[in-house]
Design a protein around this ligand. Structure first.
Ligand code: HEC
Length: 176
């Protein structure tokens, strides 16, 4: 019994480390891509880069980590980032924990989930809204940004954010 418990714990430790690494790499790749595209082409141009690159970077990382690596939110811009039931539950719990005074930087969650397709290790980490995010997710957007967003994302819900709010979360799903 003790052996089984240890083996199980070790397994989870490993999945957890992999998930944290994947979330970290997605965060830093997106951040540097955003920074360089804002500098080279300005915000309206950066939208196109985010639009294509966010998907590319996520799928590259999904391959190298043999996991699903992505982002989700309670208010999404891209409909393909919509949360499933588990993700929605965790996002709501992050908001609640923040309301009770938790620091966003420490908000993460993981659980082993079984479904028809098998057993999964699932992980999420909250993403804070920073100053630079307001250009495209804030309360008042510049006209060219509004226009471009409307064109690409007619059902965009991802505006109206303030600095410090939870913008969404990284979400990682590994097959066990
Ligand atoms: C130049 C405009 C721009 C800026 C600045 C920007 N974003 Fe976004 N964001 C986008 C676009 C475009 C998408 C949709 C990407 C896609 O198609 O997956 C998006 C999607 C997201 C998503 C995925 C969930 C969803 O709504 O579809 C998260 C999370 C997110 N952004 C967080 C941030 C954070 C945090 C910052 C600041 C560090 C930020 N964004 C800055 C344009 C921007």
């Amino acid at each position: 019994m003790a052996l089984t418990a240890t083996a199980c714990t070790q397994n989870i430790e490993q999945q957890l480390t992999t998930s944290r690494d994947a979330a970290q790499q997605l965060a830093s790749s997106l951040k540097s891509k955003l920074k360089s595209s804002l500098q080279s082409g300005g915000p309206a141009e950066a939208i196109s880069v985010c639009n294509l690159e966010a998907v590319n970077i996520s799928s590259e990382l999904s391959k190298s980590f043999e996991s699903h690596v992505g982002r989700t939110s309670l208010k999404i811009r891209n409909p393909s980032n919509a949360p499933d039931d588990w993700e929605r539950k965790i996002l709501l719990s992050f908001v609640q924990q923040q309301n009770f005074g938790a620091n966003i930087k420490n908000l993460e969650a993981y659980e082993i989930i079984k479904d028809e397709a098998g057993k999964w290790f699932r992980y999420m980490k909250a993403i804070p809204t920073a100053d630079v995010c307001l250009i495209c997710h804030g309360e008042s957007l510049a006209m060219p940004i509004q226009q471009k967003l409307k064109l690409l994302y007619p059902d965009d819900q991802a505006t109206g954010y303030k600095v410090g709010e939870i913008r969404g979360a990284f979400t990682i799903k590994q097959k066990l």
